[in-house]
Design a protein around this ligand. Structure first.
Ligand code: AGP
Length: 605
C-alpha cells in the first residue's frame, strides 16, 4: 500500500528520498510526491507525479535543494490516481505539508465543516483534511498543531508533517499504519517500512498506535497524542541492505522462491533440542504448565498466512493432540467471537502489520485472551501486541506474492506443534522422527527447485487455461488452497481450490478437457482415496497434473516431491507450485512482483 519516507540531517535530501521511495515500490502505488525544505532556505518546495517514482524523478528540477524532506507513494483510495491527489498535500498558505498512509473515516464530515468555513480543497483525498486542520491550528508548536488535528480525526493514519516555519523538525504520528524511525549519526529517518531505511541505518524505533515523534537532525523524542513522553529504545534490525537486491534474479518472486532452503535453515537454527527431542522457542512466554492447560488453539491470519495457519492447525492437532483450527482474521473480528480463556490464539502475519490481523489481536487482548504471534518482521505491530511468539526468520520478502514466508511459517508451526506435543503426550520417538524430518527440509527444498526447467515447461502448457482446479485432502487441502491463491494472484488465471473429498458434492460438474486439475497426492494413509479422485476426474476426460511422492498413473504429468514425515509433507508439496505460478505468470507477461490491485501489506481495512 502507500509508502512514506522522510529525512532530516545535512545531506541533499531529494536523491535520498527518491531512493527510499524506490525501495517502497514493491508495496504497490499509483503516484508519488516529495516536499523539501531546509533551515537555511525556509519555504516548502514540492513536486508530485502520477505514475512511477521515475516519473516523479523526471519532474524534480535541478535546483530542488533541501536537507529536510518527506516523500510518499500513494495507492488511491479517496480520489483517482492523479498529480493533484498524490501526496504530499499542502495548505493554502504553503506552510504545511503532509504525507499520510491509512484512511480517515470521518473525512467527509470534516471536509464539509472546513468548506463551510471557507477552506478550498484542491484534491479529492481524505488526507487534505488533515493538512487544513494542522494549518488552521492556532497552537504555537508544530507538535501541538498535529496533536490537535489527529485528535479530531477517526480512522487509521501514519503521517509525517513538515512546516515551513519549523524547518528543523519532522513531526510524525501513528494510528494503525506503521511508522518506523531510523536513528542515524546527526541525521534521522522515518519510513512506513524498514525497507526504506536499512541502507542508511539499522537502529530502528517502531512507533505504537497513539504515539507521535519529533525528529530533529541530532535528536528524536516520542510521546503520546495526549502529550505524555514515552520511552523508545532503538533496536537493531538484522536484515542487510543486500537482502533487498535482486541478486541476479529477474524478479523478487524468483529470488525468494530460491532462498527457501536457506530461509528454512534459519528458522530451525538454534532451536532444536536433541536431548529432549523437542525445540526451544525462547519468545513463546508459555511455560510447560501453561502449555498443558491449553484446551484449544485458534489460528488467525489472512491470505497466504491463513493458509500457513491451516497447515499449522493440522500439525498441532496431529502432534500435540490439541483441537486446533484456522480462520481468516478478517472474518473472525467481525463475528463477535466467543473468547475462551483456555484457548491459545495465534496471529500469523508476514508483515506483522496486516490491519485485519492486528484488529483481531487487539480485540482478543481486550477480552483477556492469550495471543501468540507467528510473524516475520521483527518489532512489527502484531509482534509487539502479542504476549509472545515465534519469529519465522525468512528475511525480507519483497515480492507482493508470498513464497518463502509461507514456507518458513509452516516450519515455525511444525516447531510449535512439536514443542506443544512434547509438553503433552508426543513420545520421544516421535519427537526424534519429526526433528529428523525438519533437518531434511533444506536439502529437500533444493532438490525440488532443481526441477525448475520441467515445471517451466508444464507452466507453458497450462498458461492458456482459463481456469484451474486445485484439489487436496486433509494435509493436501491447505496446500491446494495456497497453490490456487499463488496462481491466481500472480498469473490472473482463475483458480479454485476444493477438498478432493468434496468432488462428488459439486465440482465434478466442472470437469472437462478444458479445465486442468492440480492434485496434491501425498504418500500417506489417504493415498488410495486420492487416487480414486484422480480416477473420477480422468473418467470425465479432465487433465491432471499431480504433485506426489511417486508417479501417478491417472495423472497426465506428475511432479515428484521428496518424501518427508507425513506431518511435514505439506511444507514441501506447495513449493513446485510456487514455480508453476511464477512460470505461468512469466509466460503470460505479468508484472510478477507487483500484481495488479494488490499490495504487500494491507494496513487498511
Ligand atoms: C500473499 O501472496 C498475499 N499477497 C496475501 O494473501 C498476504 O498473505 C496477506 O495479505 C497477509 O499478509 P501478512 O502475512 O503480511 O499478514
Amino acid at each position: 500500500m502507500c509508502g512514506i519516507v522522510g529525512y532530516i540531517g545535512k545531506r541533499d535530501v531529494a536523491p535520498l528520498l527518491l531512493e527510499g521511495l524506490q525501495r517502497l515500490e514493491y508495496r504497490g502505488y499509483d503516484s508519488a510526491g516529495i516536499v523539501v525544505t531546509s533551515p537555511k532556505t525556509p519555504g516548502l518546495k514540492m513536486v508530485k507525479a502520477k505514475g512511477r517514482v521515475r516519473d516523479l524523478e523526471a519532474k524534480v528540477p535541478a535546483r530542488f535543494k533541501g536537507t529536510t524532506g518527506i516523500a510518499h507513494t500513494r495507492w488511491a483510495t479517496h480520489g483517482a490516481p492523479s498529480d493533484v491527489n498524490a501526496h504530499p498535500h499542502m495548505s493554502a498558505d504553503q506552510k504545511v505539508a503532509v504525507v499520510h498512509n491509512g484512511i480517515i473515516d470521518n473525512a467527509g464530515d470534516l471536509r464539509r465543516k472546513l468548506e463551510a468555513d471557507g477552506v478550498e480543497f484542491l484534491s479529492e483525498t481524505d488526507t487534505e483534511v488533515l493538512t487544513h486542520l494542522i494549518a488552521r491550528s492556532t497552537a504555537e508548536k508544530l507538535e501541538d498543531k498535529v496533536r490537535q488535528a489527529v485528535r479530531v480525526i477517526e480512522g487509521t493514519y501514519g503521517i509525517a508533517v513538515l512546516h515551513a516555519d519549523h524547518p528543523d523538525r519532522i513531526v510524525v504520528a501513528r494510528n494503525g499504519s506503521p511508522v518506523v524511525l531510523g536513528i542515524g549519526e546527526k541525521e534521522m529517518f522515518v519510513a512506513s517500512d524498514i525497507a526504506a531505511l536499512v541502507t542508511h541505518t539499522r537502529q530502528i524505533v517502531t512507533l505504537d498506535d497513539g504515539e507521535m515523534a519529533t525528529l530533529k537532525a541530532d535528536d528524536f523524542r516520542t510521546y503520546t497524542t495526549e502529550g505524555t513522553r514515552t520511552t523508545a529504545e532503538p533496536t537493531t534490525v538484522e536484515w542487510e541492505a543486500e537482502s533487498y537486491d535482486m541478486g541476479g534474479h529477474d524478479t523478487y518472486m524468483h529470488k525468494e522462491i530460491h532462498e527457501q532452503a536457506d530461509a528454512v535453515d534459519r528458522v530451525l537454527r538454534g532451536r532444536i533440542d536433541d536431548r529432549f527431542s523437542t525445540v526451544h522457542l525462547g519468545g513463546l512466554n508459555l511455560d510447560a504448565r501453561e502449555a498443558r492447560q491449553i484446551r484449544r488453539v485458534k489460528i488467525l491470519g489472512c491470505g497466504t498466512s491463513y493458509h500457513a495457519g491451516m497447515i499449522g492447525a493440522q500439525m498441532i492437532e496431529e502432534l500435540a493432540r490439541i483441537p486446533a483450527d484456522a480462520e481468516p482474521a478478517s472474518e473472525f473480528r467481525y463475528r463477535n467471537p466467543v473468547v475462551d480463556p483456555d484457548t491459545l490464539y495465534i496471529a500469523v502475519s508476514q508483515s506483522g502489520e496486516t490491519y485485519d490481523v492486528l484488529a483481531a489481536v487487539q480485540e482478543l487482548k481486550r477480552k483477556g485472551a492469550r495471543v501468540l504471534g507467528v510473524v516475520n518482521v521483527v518489532g512489527s505491530a502484531i509482534a509487539r501486541e502479542a504476549d509472545g511468539g515465534i519469529y519465522v526468520h525468512a528475511g525480507p520478502e519483497v515480492c507482493v506474492v508470498s513464497t518463502k514466508c509461507f514456507t518458513n511459517t509452516t516450519v515455525a508451526f511444525a516447531l510449535l506443534a512439536l514443542h506443544l506435543g512434547r509438553t503433552r503426550d508426543l513420545s520421544v520417538r516421535d519427537g526424534k522422527r519429526i526433528i529428523e524430518g525438519l533437518r531434511k527440509l533444506p536439502e529437500q527444498i533444493t532438490e525440488i527447485l532443481k526441477q525448475e526447467e520441467a515445471v517451466k515447461e508444464l507452466a507453458e502448457q497450462y498458461a492458456d487455461a482459463r481456469s484451474m482446479l486445485f484439489i487436496g485432502r486433509v494435509r493436501g487441502y491447505p496446500v491446494a488452497r495456497e497453490a490456487s491463491l499463488k496462481l491466481k494472484e500472480v498469473s490472473y488465471i482463475h483458480a479454485e481450490a476444493y477438498p478432493a473429498s468434496e468432488l462428488k458434492h459439486g465440482p465434478l460438474a466442472l470437469i472437462e478437457p478444458a479445465l486442468p486439475t492440480v492434485a496434491i497426492v501425498p504418500d500417506d494413509d489417504l493415498l488410495e482415496k486420492n487416487r480414486a479422485a484422480l480416477e473420477e476426474i480422468k473418467a470425465r476426460e479432465g487433465k491432471i497434473l499431480a504433485v506426489a511422492h511417486q508417479p501417478q498413473e491417472k495423472a497426465d504429468q506428475t511432479i515428484i516431491v521428496p518424501k518427508n514425515e507425513d506431518e511435514l509433507d505439506p511444507i514441501l508439496m506447495g513449493i513446485p507450485l510456487q514455480l508453476l505460478a511464477y512460470h505461468t505468470a512469466k509466460a503470460l507477461g505479468r508484472d510478477i512482483d507487483k500484481p495488479r490491485n494488490l499490495a504487500k501489506s494491507v494496513t487498511v481495512e
